[in-house]
Design a protein around this ligand. Structure first.
Ligand code: LLP
Length: 444
């Protein structure tokens, strides 16, 4: 985050609080969130990104994707900063509810929402449910009719564009579980089915093309296809949807290799794309651009957080040719960040509790779990005097780390600490072995 720097004793500090104090008070491993950084990123999407759409369609809505990381404090920050919230399970919806998140600003996703989840969403009055299958169209319509409400819905469209970081592939990616396919005409059929139901209100079309994307080319392709379908629905079914959603997936910098677009630039490019695509389809009503929304998760929460670990052991392993690698073991690992093991994700790290004049050594930071793939940072230069008791900070762990965490090897999960104005507070407490044992009811 922006507010991370070193104090005069070489200790890393965040929002005016040093990590040695944090570790002493709360223990390690811990996720440390810079609250102001999170809020500033959320605001940048709300103001700079959304502002770019003012002249195109009267503005844009930003749904924070809770799947990247959600707890009640974060839901409150999102609400206070004026964003909307994307949830994709009954659990995430329950968090939003407990935080008192305004129902009309919630979007509900999922390719297999249970009856209870649909009922809970309608009961809370969410602003939109994103429909993913014909089975679900019937289900939501019936439950809404039962409850005597009209459900605001969007149709998730499989646009046939899949984006991976630097590339996007525009053909043949319809073979996946999400959405109604465009090429087979299913998406149009879905619109027809929704429009035929009195208990459903078709708000618009939705697409999501991937995650950790840096190039707007994939969004351009997907917007073109969505706009084409929007026009077809208007022309053939006489329905003008008021919203269009381009999904999430905006990349963040994990290492110096990545340069993400700022929310302002991203807004400018997407507004330009959407404006152009609507101009291309016709005049009058048809060219009227619906309200645009997006669903960034990683780009908001990812950079706001670092994980603080304590070094337990350091071991030199010979690599031949007089080279060696230091294996630096920390008190966490794949249970609190599975992304290196799951996606070969790259992270960096730094010695956090002091400066060092020692020469750099090639290090691999590893966790405490019983797998050799339990790697936190694959390759990093750390000072050669890095020793047990030192603190290591791994930046950029706000997204899909705590969210994907496990209790592998019966390891209690670390707390999430929010730091602001020189003070830290626990927003998700540390799990204990007693928490884990409480679930185990086999032997009393
Ligand atoms: N909207 C929808 C419908 C999504 O499926 C996702 C992410 C998002 C928004 C938010 O995407 P973001 O802006 O955070 O990239 N576990 C993987 C990422 C999975 C993303 C799943 N869907 C990882 O750790 O890289």
């Amino acid at each position: 985050p922006n507010s991370v720097c070193r104090d005069d004793q070489g200790r890393l500090q965040v929002a005016g609080l040093d990590v040695v104090t944090i570790a002493r008070e709360f223990g390690t491993a811990a996720y440390v969130v810079d609250e102001d950084d999170f809020r500033a990123r959320a605001r940048a999407f709300r103001d700079d990104f959304a502002g770019a759409f003012d002249t195109v369609c009267g503005g844009a809505d930003v749904y924070y994707a809770g799947k990247a990381f959600l707890c009640t404090a974060v839901a409150k920050w999102v609400a206070e900063e004026g964003l909307s919230l994307d949830v994709c399970s009954g659990g995430e919806l329950a968090v939003a509810r407990r935080a008192g998140f305004p129902a009309e600003r919630i979007g509900f996703h999922g390719n297999n929402k249970s009856l209870d989840e649909i009922r809970a969403a309608l009961d809370y009055g969410v602003g939109r449910i994103v429909l993913d299958s014909f089975v679900e169209i019937d289900r939501v319509a019936e439950i809404a009719a039962d409850l005597g409400v009209v459900a605001p819905v969007m149709i998730r469209v499989t646009v046939g564009v899949e984006a991976h970081t630097h590339e996007f592939i525009a053909t043949g990616h319809e073979d996946q579980k999400f959405g109604f396919s465009l090429s087979g005409g299913q998406a149009l059929e879905a619109a027809k089915a929704v429009l035929a139901r009195d208990s459903l209100d078709l708000r618009g079309l939705h697409s999501h093309i991937g995650s950790q994307i840096f190039d707007t080319g994939g969004f351009e392709m997907s917007a073109r296809r969505l706009v084409g379908l929007h026009a077809q629905i208007a022309n053939e079914l006489g329905h003008h949807s008021p919203e269009i959603d381009l999904g999430g997936g905006f990349g963040m910098a994990y290492t110096s290799q990545h340069t993400p677009l700022s929310p302002a630039l991203l807004g400018e490019q997407l507004a330009d794309i959407v404006g152009r695509e609507f101009k291309a389809i016709g005049d009058g009503d048809l060219a009227e651009v619906p309200r645009v929304s997006i669903e960034p998760g990683r780009a908001i929460v990812g950079p706001s957080t670092f994980t603080l670990y304590e070094v337990g052991t350091v071991k030199q392993v010979a690599l031949g040719d007089n080279h060696s690698r230091a294996y630096v073991s920390v008190d966490g690992g794949m249970s609190d960040n599975v992304r290196p093991a799951l996606y070969e994700a790259d992270y960096s790290c730094t010695l956090a509790n002091r400066d060092s004049e020692a020469a750099p050594m090639l290090a691999r930071v590893v966790g405490k779990h019983c797998e050799s793939g339990d790697i936190v940072v694959q390759d990093e230069w750390l000072p050669a005097d890095t020793a047990p008791g030192d603190l290591i900070a791994v930046p950029g762990t706000g997204a899909y780390c705590r969210a994907l965490s496990s209790q592998y090897n019966h390891t209690p999960r670390p707390p999430v600490l929010a730091v602001r104005d020189g003070k830290a507070r626990v927003i998700v407490r540390r799990e204990t072995i007693d928490d884990l044992l409480a679930l185990d009811v086999g032997v009393s």
